[in-house]
Design a protein around this ligand. Structure first.
Ligand SMILES: CC(C)(COP(=O)(O)OP(=O)(O)OC[C@H]1O[C@@H](n2cnc3c(N)ncnc32)[C@H](O)[C@@H]1OP(=O)(O)O)[C@@H](O)C(=O)NCCC(=O)NCCSC(=O)CC(=O)O
Length: 403
């Protein structure tokens, strides 16, 4: 290598972060509007949407609710909001503007609650954040929720903002993947990832085709601080983000989707989704672990027994978790963090994966406290999230030994 080339190489490496990016802090939040127990949801939903006469659909929604694995969900939507906006009940009436008026304020506010917790845990001032990656399916305006969040948190005017919209349930994982790339390629970068989802943009009366969506989705926000080395003395890595991959399952564009209409956002969830994911997931994991072996320069790192890992899987629905558990022959309890989040909050789309990571580290701390010296906790893990495409985001995670 010539001296000039060597100098260029050295200065390039000075521009990069050291080692893989790490998750440095996590925060979550839910709106204070309403908490609805799942066993009351069908009665309440048909009452507030004035659809009691549709008894067949109500019974069907009850059957669906019983099988979701959800116990309760949080919503911004209240009966007061519905009284003020009767147009939200009829998807044929124009209501998108009114919905966007509400979520344009509430989505960044909810994100700010989650982000404030993450920043407090991180321990550095919000002005040290260099990049913001915001994800939501409600981003229909510009300037958007990312700018509002930056101003609510008092971020620097020079913060580099990116908004990811309509990635659906893999949005949070996509944002984390992007944050990893940003942190590793910009020395000293501290990336705030914020995902905030409020179902008010999709709310509507029952029409038969959307019952599963009504039974599944809830509101929530998650925030994560991501940074690569060198770390500050007070910064403590929770998860190393070793490698990340994205795969689209060919020919499945129509299986999962979202569409913005004058009457709000419609979801489409094909009944085959759990089966399609089941067919593809092991392949994605093998690819991800092969790239992690390359990333850490250790050929053996690609040889994994799925039960030796910890798992952070987006709980898209109970049958999706069941299918992944069956295909990978996971021991009972391996998806406990995902099932817990589904039970307590439902599917909060892109924000859900942040809740799963938070729950995993909470469980990990309890296990650390309880374990005897001979019992080794899993060091390596896998994060999986999926959404329209069908797109699967996979990330190989590692918990540094000190944690
Ligand atoms: C709806 C369920 C709770 C039902 O549980 P089971 O499948 O175990 O029970 P079951 O087979 O008895 O089904 C109960 C009733 O629900 C109906 N049913 C099941 N899945 C359906 C679907 N996708 N669309 C419409 N109806 C559906 C069945 O026909 C049946 O109707 P009847 O009783 O009349 O016979 C579950 O299938 C589920 O959680 N599905 C959602 C999975 C999913 O697609 N998640 C992705 C979310 S989106 C996501 O995470 C990413 C993103 O969007 O970005």
């Amino acid at each position: 290598m010539t001296r000039a080339k060597a100098r260029m190489h050295e200065s390039r490496s000075m521009e990069h972060g050291e080692g893989p990016a790490t998750v440095l802090a996590i925060g979550t939040a839910n709106p204070s509007g309403a908490i609805v127990p799942q066993d009351e949801f069908a009665d309440q939903f048909f009452r507030v949407t004035k659809s009691e006469h549709l008894t067949y659909l109500k019974e069907k929604l009850k059957r669906i609710c019983q099988k979701t694995g959800i116990e309760k969900r949080h919503f911004h939507m209240t009966e007061d909001i519905l009284r003020a906006h009767p147009e939200f009940l009829d998807r044929e009436l124009p209501s998108l503007d009114a919905r966007i008026d509400i979520v344009a304020t509430e989505v960044p506010k909810l994100a700010a609650s989650a982000a404030a917790k993450a920043i407090a845990e991180w321990g550095r001032p919000a002005t040290d954040i260099t990049h913001l990656v915001f994800c939501t399916y409600s981003g229909c305006r510009a300037p958007s929720a990312d700018l509002q969040l930056a101003s609510l948190l008092g971020l620097r005017h020079s913060v580099c903002r990116t908004i990811l919209s309509l990635h659906g349930c893999y949005g949070g994982a996509r944002a984390l993947h992007l944050a990893k790339d940003l942190a590793e390629n910009n020395r000293g970068a501290r990336v705030l990832v914020a995902c905030s989802e409020i179902t008010l943009v999709c709310f509507g009366g029952p029409d038969g085709g959307n019952l599963v969506g009504h039974a599944l989705f809830g509101d929530g926000a998650g925030a994560v601080i991501v940074g690569a080395g060198p770390l500050d003395a007070g910064e403590r890595p929770l998860f190393e983000m070793v490698s990340a991959t994205q795969t689209t399952i060919p020919g499945t564009e129509h299986a999962l989707g979202m569409q913005v209409t004058g009457g709000g956002i419609d979801f489409h969830l094909a009944i085959q989704v759990p089966m399609l994911l089941g067919h593809s997931v092991e392949h994605c994991l093998l690819d991800a672990f092969a790239s992690s072996a390359a990333a850490v320069g250790d050929d053996d790192a690609g040889d994994v027994a799925w039960n030796d890992l910890f798992w952070a899987v987006h709980p898209g629905g109970r049958p999706i978790l069941d299918k992944i558990e069956a295909v990978l022959k996971l021991e009972p309890g391996k998806l406990a963090a995902s099932r817990h989040v589904l039970r307590e909050y439902g599917n909060m789309s892109g924000a859900t994966i942040v809740f799963v990571l938070d729950e995993l580290r909470r469980r990990r701390r309890e296990e650390e406290a309880d374990r005897d010296d001979d019992h080794q906790l899993a060091e390596w893990g896998a994060m999986l999230a999926f959404g329209p495409g069908i797109t699967i985001e996979t990330m190989v995670l590692r918990i540094p030994r000190a944690n």
